[in-house]
Design a protein around this ligand. Structure first.
Ligand code: EPZ
Length: 431
């Protein structure tokens, strides 16, 4: 098992670049199933989730050629296999994003049901409801969802994707991708507005799809008969960028973050400003790929946060901001409205001296003057990031166990943080 050993209380400074977005890359890669022409991708992060997706796509007949550390060509050459097996799906829930493309391109799909995970229940009912509206039928067999398209081609329809916790990001990607090859026009109401959806729509449009409205709650897709190849550069990862901003803040550091999707981070930067962290764009060449200077001070103000669908505060930054607010001068209230159970980091941060009280979907964070290093257990990807950030600020040594969770979403984080002054190293210990 790999462990991070962090000697805390080191101020970070220097320049650090944001990698391509994992959560955009996963549905983007699945879109390669919609065509038998090659798609070239740049800025694909080198992560275990991406490798899992490559494995899944290979099983589904898509040949993958890696042309560089962050680039690859995906080319679907064999359309006979349409089964996303439990072995892969259980390691990566985002496997579900092959469902829409398979149904649209092959008229059938068998995808293992993902089951629960550390951050909550995570059903896929909205994905199925949306695809059913386009004419697909589903049955459940041995834990797999088996989808069929009577007549072989989906039909455009009006689809409502709102659920109890807002819209669904991967559900929107699934329905939008499927609708590109449907007969007629699809209108998706209550679509997810996340930047990753805009990126998927941009790729699909360059493959020949006719999508308008991506990034708003109403997406219109005019179906076409076929899609072709394309070249695509994945957007930078807004969650990695937000995590790096908190790394600067929590160490009273001074980081210049490049390739930073500032436009996609309004809610997070607004909180940072309330907390007293200076966030300044150094150029305005492209606000999705900006150079941004983040400077933390010695004292932080408290800040109340409620996670919401984009453009609200992202659930994927909740744990990192909680780590920061444990050191605020006062009390903050953090409410989780997307995954109400996503609080496994609370108990671990408490082991480092944080004063936290959780009740239901809310955590009360009473700021303390210092955190102290401790062995802590990573439980999911973003919780792990929160613990690493706390370790950077804490006095003494923090050992973050089970960093394989972190490796799913942050490429060589320890090496990159070390280049800006963190004392952090990866060690392998017996499990
Ligand atoms: C995406 O998951 C991200 N994953 C998650 O990031 C992120 O936390 C989440 O969106 C919310 O922003 C990827 O993009 C690969 P949802 P997704 O469907 O699409 C409920 C990370 O750390 N819901 O938008 O699976 C659901 O339970 C990961 O990088 C239904 O009720 O999330 C949740 O409460 C973790 N029925 C809410 O909607 C459904 O059919 C939003 O989930 C689908 C979802």
């Amino acid at each position: 098992m790999d462990v991070f050993e962090i000697e805390g209380s080191r101020r970070l400074s220097g320049e650090i670049e944001v990698n391509g977005s994992k959560n955009a890359a996963l549905p983007l890669m699945a879109a390669a199933l919609l065509t038998t022409e090659p798609i070239t991708f740049d800025d694909v992060p080198d992560l275990s989730d991406i490798r899992n997706m490559q494995m899944l796509l290979t099983e589904l007949g898509c040949a993958i050629e890696r042309t560089g550390q962050h680039s690859c060509i995906l080319h679907t050459t064999d359309t006979t296999e349409s089964h996303a097996r439990y072995d892969i799906v259980k390691t990566m829930r985002a496997s579900v994003c092959v469902l829409g493309p398979l149904l649209a391109a092959r008229g059938k799909a068998r995808v293992s049901l993902p089951g629960g995970c550390a951050i909550g229940q995570r059903p896929i009912d909205l994905h199925l409801r949306g695809l059913e509206a386009l004419g697909a039928t589903f049955e459940l067999q041995e834990g797999d969802v088996i989808g069929r398209v009577p007549g072989g081609r989906l039909r455009g329809a009006r689809v409502f994707l709102g659920g109890a916790f807002g819209s669904t990001v991967l559900g929107t990607a699934n329905v939008m991708s499927a609708a590109t090859l449907a007969e007629g026009t699809t209108v998706i109401e209550s679509a997810a507005c996340e930047p990753e959806i805009v990126d998927v729509a941009n790729l699909l449009n360059s493959m020949g799809a006719k999508i308008t409205g991506a990034g708003s709650p109403r997406i219109v897709v005019e179906g076409v008969k076929e899609l072709g190849g394309a070249n695509h550069r994945v957007i930078p990862d807004r969650i990695e960028a937000g995590t790096l901003m908190v790394a600067a803040a929590i160490t009273a550091g001074d980081l210049t973050i490049t390739n930073c999707p500032l436009d996609a981070l309004m809610a997070a930067t607004n909180c940072l400003e309330q907390i007293g962290v200076e966030v300044r764009a150094l150029d305005d060449e492209s606000s999705m790929r900006a150079r941004v200077r983040v400077q933390g001070g010695r004292a932080f103000n408290p800040c109340d946060i409620t996670t919401q669908p984009h453009p609200g505060f992202p659930t994927d930054l909740q744990a990192q901001f909680m780590a920061l607010l444990t050191l605020a001068d006062g009390t903050s209230v953090i409410t989780e409205k997307i995954f109400p159970e996503r609080f496994l980091h609370v108990a671990e941060l408490s082991r480092m001296g944080a004063q936290l009280f959780r009740q239901g979907p809310t955590a009360i964070v009473s700021g303390v003057r210092r955190l102290v290093g401790a062995p802590v257990m990573a439980s999911d990807l973003r919780a792990s990031a929160g613990l690493v950030l706390a370790g950077l600020a804490a006095e003494g040594t923090t050992r973050v166990l089970r960093v394989y969770h972190l490796d799913r979403g942050y490429e060589k984080l320890e090496e990159r943080l070390a280049t800006v002054g963190a004392q952090i190293k990866r060690v392998t210990v017996e499990d």
